[in-house]
Design a protein around this ligand. Sequence first.
Ligand SMILES: [Zn+2]
Length: 396
Amino acid sequence: MYLALPSYSGRFATPPVPPAVRKSIVLAGFLGVGFALLYPARYEPSPWPPQLEMRVPFEPTAFPSAGRTYLAYELHVTNFTNDPLTLRRVEVFDADAPVLKPIAVFEGQQLDAVLRAVGVQPPVEEGSNAHPLVAGGGMVAFMWVAFETGAHVPNKLRHRVLTGDAVAEGAVIGTHHTELKVLRSPVLGADWLASDAPSNDADNHHRRGIFVYDGHASVSRRYAIDWVQLENGASFSGDARDKRAYYSYGKPVVAVADATVVTARDGLPDNVPGHNTPGHEGFSPAVPITLDTVAGNTITLDLGSGQFAYYCHLQPGSVRVKVGERVKRGQVIGLIGDSGDAREPHLHFEIANSPKLMAGEGLPYLIDHFSVKSASGWESRTHELPLKDMVIDFGR
Ligand SMILES: [Zn+2]
C-alpha cells in the first residue's frame, strides 16, 4: 500500500519537468464564457432540486510549487434517487465572484481521469461523455485545480455538477484550511526523486489512497512523497534483491522541525527488495502486511497545531528516539530501510492531522529551500512543496 509503483522497475530515466503541471486540468481564467453559453437548452428549470449530494469531506489548503498554486481535494457525489443518472460535467467557481464564471471545468476525458466509482458503476459508453451513476451510487472526483502565478486564488469555491437533465449546485468550501508549515527536508544531500509526490495522476497511490478508519474515509497520504535517492538515474547498482545495493538504504532521516516524538516503532525486519516486474518477480514482504506493519518501522513527530510528520519503512535498529522525547530541527532520528510495505528502500514521508497512522487527512506543507533538476541545471526553490518526479538537491 505504501509503495506500489506500477512502472517502477528500480531504474529511472531522468524525469522531465513535472508532468503533473501539464496534466493539471484547467488554469484560472481559462474559460471566459458566460453561463448562458455553457448550458444547452435541455436544462429546463426543475421545480425540485436534483437529489445529488455533493460533499467535500476535507477542505484543501492552497500550496505553491513550480510557479503555480494548487488546490487538491475530493468531491464526493451520491445519487440519492431511485433511478440511475449520468454525470457529464463538474465545474468549479469562485464562490465570492459577482459573476459566476467557472475557474475549472472537468468533462470528457478530463472528467474520466479524475473520477473513481464507489462500488461498481456501469462502464461509460463508447463515445459518450456521460458517466453512469446507479441509484444510490457514489463517485469521488479527485479535484486538482492549478492557478498561474499572480492569478487570484479564491477564498471560497462553489461546485456545479451537470447530470443528464439537471444542474446540481453546492459544496461551498474554503481554500486555506490549515497552516502551511515551513519545514526542513526529511533527507539530506542530492539526487532525491520525489516518487509519487503530489500530482493528480490516476496511478498515484498516495493521491488516490482513500482509506476508511473508524468509519471515516480519508486520504492521509494525499501529499505523501516516497523519497528515493538516485545515481545516474537509477535507484541501485548491482543486485536488485540486495537492499544494500540501493542508494537510499541507510541514509539518515532528520527532524523537519522542533517536535515531540509520538511514535517510535522499531524491530520490524527489512524486506528483500522486489517489484514483481521482469527480473524482480516474487516480492513477498518479510512480515504479513497489516495496519500494524504496513508502514514498517515508523517515527511520528508532533509538529504542533494538530500536524504530525510520518517517517515510514525505516531500517530495523535505526530508530534513535523515544516516545515523549523532544527533537531539534535537523536532528538525525533514524535511517532509511525497507520495512513494512516497501518494495525497495525509500523514505515514505507525509504530514497528516492525526497521530494515528492512516486515520487522518493529509496536509500540504512547504520545504524551506531546495534545488530542482531541470534541463538547464539546478533551479533554486524557496517555500514550496515538491511535485511528482522532481529530482531534488537539499544540500547538507
Ligand atoms: Zn509511500
